[in-house]
Design a protein around this ligand. Structure first.
Ligand code: NAG
Ligand code: NAG
Length: 186
């Protein structure tokens, strides 16, 4: 500055500019980091999908069925319904996000005379796994199916009680239907 008065102002300005540039870069980088972590959190929230339900929570054992045709079991007692994929009015789990899902069903029945314990796990009305025990000699039956399947967003998962079959439950939750996303694929 002392040597060249004319370039002094310009020199100071340049120093100021480069200081501002450093500050600006730092702010931008901070924002980038924040954005990255927000995206990660959002992604985790989006991929939350888990439901687990039981037939009812009655204090006394209640019979469900038999019906004159195959009908979707409407599980009324909800343990968890993360992502709201399960609808207790229809008994249907609508897949919110494509991926590999774990699905499991346990049915239980008790009877004095004829015990027909049968249901089927379905995706879009197609059988995935059937549970059946008919004409048993005992008075109680229980069946379980556990599968891992690739599902697409919008697929409909349900359990159908087969014609003429019945199940029984109370607050002990002998009949459960559970599904959760293992790996998202979109
Ligand atoms: C600011 O970032 C740009 C682009 O990444 C870079 O070219 C420039 O040298 C950086 N400036 C400072 C002062 O760090
Ligand atoms: C389910 O039934 C049990 C036993 O009767 C009771 O303690 C509990 O509060 C009930 N849960 C719900 C969600 O109704």
């Amino acid at each position: 500055c002392a040597a060249d008065q004319s370039s002094c102002g310009c020199c100071l300005m340049q120093r100021q500019i480069s200081r501002m540039e450093r500050l600006f870069n730092k702010s931008v980088n901070l924002l980038k980091d924040e954005l990255m972590s927000s995206k990660l959190i959002l992604n985790n929230v989006r991929s939350r999908s888990a439901f687990s339900v039981a037939l009812n929570n009655n204090s006394a054992v209640t019979s469900y069925g038999p019906f004159s045709s195959d009908s979707i079991i409407k599980y009324k007692h909800i343990f968890i319904n993360l992502g709201d994929g399960y609808n207790a009015e229809t008994g249907i789990f609508t897949v919110p996000r494509s991926g590999v899902y774990s699905l499991s069903v346990t049915i239980y029945g008790t009877a004095r005379l004829i015990l027909n314990n049968c249901a089927t796990l379905q995706v879009n009305n197609q059988n995935v796994a059937e549970l059946t025990e008919k004409n048993g000699q005992d008075l109680e039956d229980s069946n379980t199916a556990v599968v891992a399947v690739q599902l697409k967003a919008g697929d409909r998962v349900s359990v159908k009680l087969l014609q003429g079959c019945s199940i029984n439950d109370d607050f002990n939750h002998y009949n459960t239907f559970t599904g959760f996303l293992l790996y998202a694929s979109d």
